[in-house]
Design a protein. Structure first.
Length: 86
C-alpha cells in the first residue's frame, strides 16, 4: 500500500531493497526485486523503479537527486523504537 500511495503523490518513486551482508536471506535480494517488479506491474504502477542496494541508502538517494526519502518498517516489534531516529 505504501508504494501505491507514493506512486500517486510523486512522478517517480524508487523502491530500494537494502542488502545487509551480515544477514542470510531465504529469498535473495534480486529475487525480491523481481517479485516486487511483477507485483507492481500487476497493479499498474509504472512510475515505481525497484533497485537493490548494498550500501547506505542515503548515498543512492543523493546520487539520483532524491529530495524526499520515505522509510517503511515491518512492525514495531521487529523494527524497534530506535528505528524512528534513522
Amino acid at each position: 500500500e505504501m508504494l501505491r500511495y507514493l506512486s500517486k503523490k510523486h512522478a517517480r518513486v524508487v523502491a530500494i531493497i537494502g542488502v545487509n551482508p551480515n544477514k542470510k536471506y531465504d529469498v535473495s535480494p534480486y529475487q525480491r526485486q523481481e517479485i516486487l517488479r511483477a507485483m507492481l506491474a500487476e497493479i499498474g504502477l509504472t512510475n515505481v523503479e525497484v533497485v537493490v542496494w548494498g550500501s547506505i541508502i542515503f548515498f543512492h538517494a543523493h546520487a539520483i537527486g532524491a529530495k524526499i526519502m520515505y522509510r517503511g518498517i515491518r512492525t514495531w516489534k521487529e523494527d524497534p523504537p530506535a528505528e524512528k531516529y534513522l
